[in-house]
Design a protein around this ligand. Structure first.
Ligand code: BGC
Length: 890
């Protein structure tokens, strides 16, 4: 039977926040028959549920379209109206089945700028404070403001059918109605360059309303601070109330709102917050509160608004501390046993006015006290002052911390393990990947990466969550994007982030190292700037998202032209700043010239741009950028390929006589820059560097590391890649784990001077993609998973591996095991896709599927869904269609 499921509009299920003119629809097919392909679809969009039920597409009826497309099919009906709910469904045909989906809906938010009737409002006078917020180079202090509390009452006289809030408070806000927090977003809205765009969220507030209502909004600093070029906290909100009689009304922020300071005073991303519960104003967010002492608000200017069409930041898990100790009288340290991002929720009873301080850290010293060296100037301290009213519960709202340990001082009496809970906070992307194998060390590395990756999704991909940075460093983002995509549904997240990158682009085509450009680091090191084209390409490859390519094409092209304008005969000499960052023993590259990493990415980007031009059918550009990439390749080899001591190697450019290293070998092989005739020689050097000179360890920074394992595996040395990965001695991931790491470190070293030593950096997490692609063996071959490869490793000291991916086309599952000379592999392929499966041949050279012989070929063509492709190396290669397969090889 065929079923249609997982209906999504712009990557969301039943969204209420659509603000694109032509939303796109996706669905998946599920069938219990093998080898199923969609042959046709029909989508309807209706103005009511009843119409959709009866297949009346009064807004759009695509008609029966002969097409296999089921991902990101663009809306093609009447012009959509703002603030309106639409119902949609789809019908699909395969060769022998057909199915109708359930009814889904989407709602538009404000499609036009004019739909915003509300005004931005702020407080006339703020109390300010000075903090260490590492604002920008040259400034070491920054001015921020106490939180502002806004309120407004209103009454409703008719029956409400549905109500929505559209709201943005800069930098961070919390919306409350009738005494309750609305929804479970925290640290909203997503970070952007507020001079260009601010994101509003949409909430369903139907169930929050009474006859008499009060809205309360608290707004704090977040990143909307003057040191980054912005200003004081501000708010805009528009509340739509639709009545059962069909009429609607908008309540908007305007000069009639009231504002005050309150118990939440100092608040800052790095700073922490100070909350004096004695200053609470009971009932401030409820109807009937006396706000006569509050001030009138002031209208202020508006950044452009856009709907936040990505998963919000949420508290996704609550952790109990594992241990508590007291290193000094009155000082209590809690260990959560896991490095993560968020804050603690404190439970306390005590006298009014008692001041409790919560400090956060990743490390403790030998004497059991906190070691905050990895935070650098971030104060990361929350202060709570008791009101003295029985049990009090406090958790911060306008800051976050990266930590494993917390220290509490000022606690009345002795706290217990029940006094604090850890709140894990990050962009709530859906987990779509699972990986496990027979090596526990590998599993632990994978686990560390999951914690580290989530800790670094804070509406932007950050470098780290603890110290005075937490910025959207593009290098870190690009290196880990594929890993993130294999573990989480990143489509909406990266769609928004690519917008951030585009908005950061300057007239000359340059983009900065950090996006949003809170620090104005222009122009980016090309190894960082490549994030723009690399991530856009992944959006196409993994999510079949052509719109992203279209929308960004001109800007991406401008970026490549910028690189070209800044090259010297196709070599980029002056843009590199970090290069192969953080190799063992250093933060700066060792022996890998900046010119080489910069030019490698110039080549990489030019070539990708040519491929993108091809997807978009821009014929002239396909050739133009192909030619550009050829020129770069030739220049690269002219500059860096040397003949030394009888062999061809890549080495530094004249200025750097040190001969080759692992990264220098890896990059030209990975990108096929190395001329075919020298490839083996260069690969041999790599093998020798790893095996002989480094005793099976890596010697790479973040760039080389990203490609090292793939290059070794693709050239027949999976075993060597595996050896590097499972080393427990320095340097390597296993060493980190042995030293107690629960996330990945910034450096291969545990501790170094100078604070560049975060214990929760994600950049070396690129290895996780290798787990899925080379250990489990699942690799995408065609955009949107239309076709992929399943190829388990053969020369591996591994008994089993398995991975499950909820890809955009549905669930892919691979599980293989090797036992007593026999190889077994279960594979599940989603409908509407195909896979090339490599089954290793064992001693008898016999392969079965669900008990039937597929090789030698006595059943060739007779087993549904399977066709023989070729014998290759030690594999038999089969093409299979959708369904479950159970292979055995003897
Ligand atoms: C960040 C990195 C970043 C780098 C630039 C560091 O301070 O934490 O992860 O990519 O600077 O080299």
């Amino acid at each position: 039977m065929l079923r249609l499921e997982n209906l999504r509009c712009e990557y969301m299920r039943n969204p209420i926040n659509i603000d694109v003119e032509k939303p796109r629809f996706s669905w998946i097919l599920i069938s219990d028959q093998r080898d199923q392909f969609q042959r046709a679809y029909r989508i309807i969009v209706s103005s009511s549920y009843e119409k959709a039920l009866n297949w009346i597409g009064d807004i759009w009826d695509s008609g029966k379209v002969l097409s296999g497309e089921n991902i990101n099919v663009e809306y093609g009906g009447k012009e959509l109206e703002s603030f309106t709910r639409y119902y949609w469904r789809v019908k699909c045909w395969t060769d022998n089945e057909e199915a109708e989906s359930d009814i889904a809906f989407f709602e538009t938010a404000a499609l036009e700028e004019e739909d915003w009737k509300a005004k931005w409002i702020t407080k006339k006078e703020f109390i300010s404070f000075i903090s260490n917020e590492n604002p920008a180079s040259g400034q070491d202090k920054c001015k921020q403001y106490y939180a502002a509390y806004f309120r407004k009452e209103f009454e409703i006289t008719k029956n409400v059918k549905r109500a929505r809030a559209y709201i943005c408070g800069l930098g961070i806000y919390e919306l409350r109605i009738n005494g309750r927090k609305v929804g479970d977003n925290v640290l909203d809205p997503g970070q952007t360059d507020y001079s260009k765009i601010a994101l509003y969220s949409t909430y369903d507030i139907t169930d929050y309303l009474n006859e008499k209502n009060a809205i309360g909004v608290i707004v704090g600093n977040g990143r909307h601070i003057e040191s980054y070029g912005y200003g004081k906290p501000r708010l805009i909100a528009q509340f739509l109330i639709e009545y059962e009689d069909g009429t609607r009304e908008f309540l908007v922020t305007d000069e009639n709102w009231r504002v005050s300071h309150g118990p939440l005073m100092e608040n800052g991303i790095y700073y922490g917050e100070r909350y004096d519960a004695r200053l609470e104003m009971p009932g401030w967010d409820e109807y009937g509160f006396d706000d006569s002492s509050w001030e009138e608000v002031e209208a202020t200017n508006r950044p452009k608004l856009k709907s936040q069409m990505m998963p919000p930041i949420k508290i996704t898990e609550t952790l109990k501390p594992k241990k508590m100790w007291s290193p000094k009288p009155g000082v209590y340290v809690f260990d959560f046993g896991q490095n993560f991002t968020g804050w603690v929720r404190l439970k306390v009873r005590g006298p009014r006015g008692t001041e409790i301080k919560i400090r956060y850290a990743e490390l403790v010293d030998n004497d059991g006290t906190l070691n905050t060296s990895t935070l650098r100037s971030a104060e990361s301290t929350d202060v709570y002052i008791l009101k003295g009213a029985g049990e009090e519960i406090y958790e911060p709202r306008f800051t976050y911390h990266g930590f494993r340990y917390v220290e509490i001082t000022g606690y009345p009496g002795v706290p217990t393990l029940e006094s604090v809970e850890g709140r894990f906070v990050h962009t709530a992307v859906e987990k779509i990947g699972d990986f496990v194998c027979s090596n526990d060390l590998v599993n632990q590395i994978h686990k560390n990466i999951i914690w580290g990756q989530l800790s670094n999704l804070m509406s932007i991909p950050t470098d780290c969550p603890q110290r005075d940075e937490r910025m959207g460093w593009l290098g870190d983002a690009q290196l880990t994007a594929e890993e993130a995509i294999l573990n989480f549904d990143m489509a909406a997240f990266y769609t928004k982030y690519l917008m951030d990158i585009r908005l950061s682009q300057r007239e000359d085509g340059s983009i900065p190292d950090v996006v949003p450009p809170y620090w104005k680091l222009y122009p980016a090191d090309p190894a960082w700037g490549t994030a723009y084209i690399t991530i856009a390409w992944y959006m196409y490859l993994y999510y079949n998202d052509k719109r992203v390519l279209e929308e960004h094409y001109d800007s991406m092209k401008k970026y490549v032209e910028f690189l070209k304008d800044n090259s010297d005969n196709y070599i980029i000499r002056n843009l590199g700043k970090y290069g192969d960052w953080c190799p063992p023993g250093s933060i700066h590259p060792k022996g890998t010239p900046l010119e080489l990493t910069s030019t490698f990415y110039f080549y990489h980007d030019a070539l990708l741009l040519s491929k993108i031009a091809k997807v978009l059918n821009k014929k002239i550009d396909v050739e133009k950028y192909k030619r550009l990439s050829e020129n770069i390749k030739n220049a690269f080899n002219g500059e860096f390929l040397k003949f030394e001591k009888g062999k061809h190697i890549y080495s530094g450019c004249g200025c750097n006589k040190k001969s080759t290293n692992q990264t220098l070998c890896v990059l030209p092989i990975y990108s096929n820059i190395v001329p075919e005739e020298y490839k083996l020689e260069v690969f041999k050097s790599l093998e020798e560097l790893v095996e002989v000179r480094s005793d099976g360890h890596l010697d790479t920074g973040i760039i080389g590391t990203r490609y090292l394992l793939e290059v070794l595996s693709d050239n027949g040395r999976f075993d060597l890649a595996y050896k590097i990965v499972t080393q427990e001695t320095y340097p390597g991931w296993g060493y980190m784990i042995k030293e107690g790491a629960t996330t990945l470190w910034e450096r291969w070293e545990k501790l170094c001077n100078g604070g560049m030593n975060s214990h929760n950096h994600i950049m070396f997490g690129s290895i996780d993609a290798w787990f899925y692609k080379y250990v489990a063996g699942i690799r995408i071959l065609e955009p949107g998973w239309k076709k992929f490869q399943v190829k388990p490793p053969i020369n591996a000291d591994l008994q089993f591996a398995s991975a499950r991916l909820i890809a955009i086309q549905g669930e892919i599952f691979v599980s293989w095991e090797r036992l007593n000379g026999k190889f077994r592999m279960v594979v599940s392929i989603p409908a509407n896709t195909q896979a090339l499966v490599y089954v290793p041949l064992m001693s008898k050279k016999e392969v079965f599927e669900s008990g039937r012989k597929v090789f030698p070929s006595e059943n060739e063509g007779k087993i549904c869904g399977i066709s023989f492709v070729e014998m290759k190396d030690k594999f038999i290669v089969l093409k299979i269609g959708s369904g479950w397969y159970n292979f055995e090889s003897f």
